[in-house]
Design a protein around this ligand. Structure first.
Ligand SMILES: Nc1ncnc2c1ncn2[C@@H]1O[C@H](COP(=O)(O)OP(=O)(O)OP(=O)(O)O)[C@@H](O)[C@H]1O
Ligand SMILES: [Mg+2]
Length: 339
């Protein structure tokens, strides 16, 4: 559905240049939910804006549904935009129009047949569970309801692609989950391809099939969502997905020995590995904390343990553990002193 080939975006100012997107190439399959994560200023929004022609690349190809849109004139771009809906962090609804009129306006802009608009507005409101809000104004809606209207409006003319730039970032945890569920549902029902930028890792875990990690304009890692979280390769990715298990400070103070966080593929039990380590290396591994979470229906386990023994035994045990789990993170002394 989407192919980027060596895309660069450089902003030129009077005296300086800023390369916001650097040599990005990627494929996004039809029906995929593709996530882009990365720090502020990494170039995520700029990259996504090249997909609907809001941002023209300085060089490279942007192929949407078989067509290189960088070669199109503005009338051609307008046609391509009909295939692409977009939702935003701050919803961007028209405040002086009712919910129904907001959606109808999108249909009008896209030359949707006039006599079919009413029916289409109703169907769209039903799709996002807002049948009863057609005649109210955006000001009287909650954030989650506003974003539902945003989704309905973006889907007005049956686009093939939905772009979402931090679409859940202004919402609380519960409302975010609601919106994520709606997006999953429409992805399943309509087979629409979704490109979603977020800094909310919970959203990435729950929603994305595939993830691209951006840093300083480049895509530094791209993989299935599960692999990004279970087995991150690049240091930036590791730092981004680092287990967010917080160990109570009292436990950190009271624990002798090193504290390790082990990440493992949750479908295998970790117990035999722990038991074997204790026995073979004559160390004492104590479990301090553990959890299993699911990414794309596959489990990832996180286990916090302490390890005690002679220096040599501990370092040999660590080698064995490294070979038998996905990731090991050792809590550094300076982090412990800071507790
Ligand atoms: N129109 C523009 N003119 C000049 N520089 C720009 C323009 N748009 C973006 N930039 C710069 O390009 C870089 C990438 O910006 P971009 O908005 O794509 O980052 P981002 O990853 O979306 O960040 P955030 O997470 O904060 O939204 C930044 O340094 C930004 O200042
Ligand atoms: Mg942005």
């Amino acid at each position: 559905m989407i192919t980027l080939q060596n895309v660069n975006v450089t902003f030129k100012h009077k005296t300086s240049e800023l390369a916001a997107v650097k040599d990005v190439s990627l494929h996004i399959a039809k029906g995929e939910i593709f996530g882009i994560v990365g720090g502020s200023g990494a170039g995520k929004s700029t990259l996504v804006r090249t997909l609907n022609g809001l941002q023209k690349p300085t060089s490279g190809e942007v192929i949407i549904d078989g067509e290189d849109i960088t070669k199109l004139k503005s009338s051609g771009i307008r046609e391509v935009r009909k295939k692409i809906g977009m939702i935003f962090q701050h919803f961007n609804l028209i405040s002086r129009k009712t919910v129904g009129k907001n959606i109808e306006f999108a249909l009008k802009v896209q030359n949707y047949p006039k006599d079919k608009r009413d029916e289409r507005v109703k169907a769209l409101l039903a799709l996002v569970g807002l049948e009863d809000k057609k005649d109210v104004y955006p000001a009287s809606l909650s954030g989650g309801q506003k974003q539902r209207v945003g989704i309905a409006r973006a889907l007005a003319a049956n686009p093939k692609i939905l772009l979402c730039d931090e679409a859940t970032s202004a919402l609380d945890v519960h409302t975010t989950e609601e919106i994520v569920d709606i997006l999953k549902d429409i992805n399943r029902k309509l087979g629409i391809t979704i490109v979603f930028i977020t800094h909310q890792l919970e959203v990435a875990k729950e929603l994305f099939h595939k993830v691209a990690v951006m840093s300083d304009g480049k895509i530094i890692e791209i993989n299935e969502a599960y692999e990004i979280f279970a087995n991150p390769k690049d240091a930036v990715t590791k730092n981004l997905v680092k287990s967010n298990v917080t160990i109570p400070s009292q436990i950190i103070k009271d624990t002798k020995g090193k504290i390790l966080t082990l990440t493992y593929k949750g479908e295998k039990s970790i117990e035999p590995v722990i038991a074997y380590t204790n026995k073979k290396y004559n160390v004492v591994l104590n479990i301090l904390h553990g959890k299993i979470e699911y990414i794309q229906y596959k489990p990832i386990g996180t286990l916090v343990v302490s390890i005690e023994g002679s220096e040599e035994q501990v370092s040999e045990a660590l080698l064995y553990l490294k070979a038998n789990v996905e990731e090991i993170e050792v809590l550094e002394d300076k982090e412990r002193e800071a507790v």
